[in-house]
Design a binder for this molecule. Structure first.
Ligand code: HEC
Ligand code: HEC
Length: 407
């Protein structure tokens, strides 16, 4: 009898402990709630390479490793925190001297980008007095970029309507840019008199992920690679006074691992796609013509990463440039993109932005702090769609925004 009751007591204690442990454990984070993880279908080897890239992305560079001498941040993940959108308190500033059609990025004066930090015993850049235009850019989320990189240019060109032949008021066009010296065109790339179609960056000024990585290493962190061997320096300190670390400061493998990491980050997951309001919201989004630019569906071409071949994905972007009107005009042209033109940003992942940003900050510089605010900033080619949104009932507006939050 005694034995039996002590067994019962022991069981009771065990159950109590288990229940209270359960309470102590944090609620498990669901896959659909995080901006991390790999695209489905990678091989074990590719998963390993992704992890190496993940570490490269989070790496904090030290002076001994070649940081600077001038820089904006010392790590990729300082701006692309948790792979999500950045914060408006942490933007990059670019400048130029613009005079009518002539644009001088003031390279000899430290352009195109301001590096406001420096290593010890050096002096940081300040804005050159010659500059007359300045643009601020907040870091975009970097999930799902591999799908975008695997698109055939023809899929992007399919939505081009430069002269608005279909008379819907919207005339997306591509940004043809000069390729970098290390760009190796693939069968997905269409050339136009030696220029190529940009698909990354806020004004579609970068053709490949690699272009952006090499640019970021140098312009954001002050790190040279085999693809760009010339360090940043403060022009005020002399013709060439870089850091004393031999170039290249990172290996080809390091650059490749960053590219591989971004190619294999999964697309942002959706939540509540079946919810009745979300479904109604997407219908409204289509009806009032948001989809003229925020195109829902694309399919990738063949890719050397099998998991990226012939995949259908849902970015809600056409990757084209649009005139967005005067309020968003940053007076800063890039490539053939005019200062009032911006690439339609993908809307996938927007529902997770607030969590990853610690607040909601939308548009290229993070100036919009709500979805309504972001939509009300749409002008230029998008003016009729903004008007159509404003004309919706409050209940319909709420449904459309619930749809955006499900992305
Ligand atoms: C100082 C902040 C900052 C740092 C550090 C930084 N980035 Fe960025 N990143 C940005 C901003 C801002 C943009 C948008 C620039 C633009 O389009 O004008 C961007 C754009 C990108 C894009 C293009 C995404 C798209 O959808 O078009 C990629 C890829 C990228 N960064 C990768 C990296 C990598 C890799 C590193 C580290 C080597 C890095 N970034 C470091 C701020 C940063
Ligand atoms: C003419 C093309 C066009 C149309 C039509 C359009 N958009 Fe946009 N949208 C853009 C561009 C370009 C931006 C980025 C502007 C910037 O960064 O300054 C943007 C940004 C956004 C953003 C913020 C995204 C972010 O990451 O910060 C949201 C949300 C959005 N659009 C929703 C809508 C909705 C809803 C509609 C329909 C009422 C719509 N858009 C119609 C081109 C368009």
């Amino acid at each position: 009898m005694k034995k039996k009751s002590s067994v019962i007591l022991a069981i009771l204690i065990l159950v109590t402990v288990l229940v209270s442990c359960e309470k102590l454990l944090p609620t498990p984070v669901k896959d659909e709630d995080v901006l991390a993880g790999t695209i489905p279908g990678l091989t074990m080897q590719q998963e390993k390479l992704h992890l190496i890239g993940d570490a490269a992305f989070a790496k904090i560079f030290t002076t001994e490793e070649g940081l600077g001498p001038v820089f904006v941040q010392n790590s990729c993940s300082n701006c692309h925190t948790g792979n999500g959108k950045g914060h408006p308190s942490n933007v990059v500033t670019r400048f130029a001297l613009v005079n009518g059609p002539s644009v001088d990025y003031l390279i000899a004066k430290g352009g195109p980008q301001l590096q406001q930090h420096c290593i010890n015993d050096y002096s940081a850049e300040d804005l050159p007095s010659e500059a007359n235009v300045f643009t601020k850019r907040m870091a975009p989320a970097i999930m799902g970029l591999g799908y975008i990189a695997a698109l055939n240019d023809l899929s992007i060109l399919a939505n081009v309507d430069s002269t608005d032949l279909n008379a819907d008021g919207i005339s997306g066009r591509v940004n043809y840019v000069n390729p970098t010296s290390f760009f190796l065109p693939q069968s997905i790339h269409v050339s136009n008199n030696g220029q190529y179609i940009g698909r990354f960056g806020k004004k579609a000024e970068k053709v490949t992920i690699q272009d952006q990585v090499v640019f970021a290493l140098k312009q954001d962190i002050g790190i040279t690679s085999d693809f760009d061997m010339v360090d940043l320096y403060n022009y005020k300190l002399g013709v060439y006074t870089g850091d004393l670390i031999p170039d290249p400061e990172v290996s080809v493998d390091f650059v490749n691992s960053l590219v591989f990491y971004m190619r294999t980050l999964k697309a942002p997951p959706r939540r509540d796609a079946e919810d009745a309001d979300v479904v109604a919201g997407e219908k409204l989004f289509t009806q009032i013509g948001c989809v003229s630019c925020h195109v829902s569906t694309f399919t990738t071409a063949e890719s050397d990463i099998a998991a990226l071949s012939n995949q259908t994905f849902y970015p809600y972007s056409d990757f084209l440039l649009h005139d967005m009107g005067t309020a968003l005009d940053d007076k800063y042209p890039e490539g053939s993109a005019a200062s009032n033109e911006w690439r339609t940003p993908p809307l996938w992942g927007l529902g997770l932005a607030e969590e990853s940003q610690g607040g909601l900050f939308l548009m290229h510089d993070g100036r919009a702090t709500s979805f309504e605010n972001a939509i009300s900033l749409h002008s230029g080619e998008a003016a009729s769609r903004r008007a159509a949104f404003i004309a919706l009932s409050d209940a319909e507006k709420a449904q459309l925004i619930k749809f955006l939050k499900s992305l």
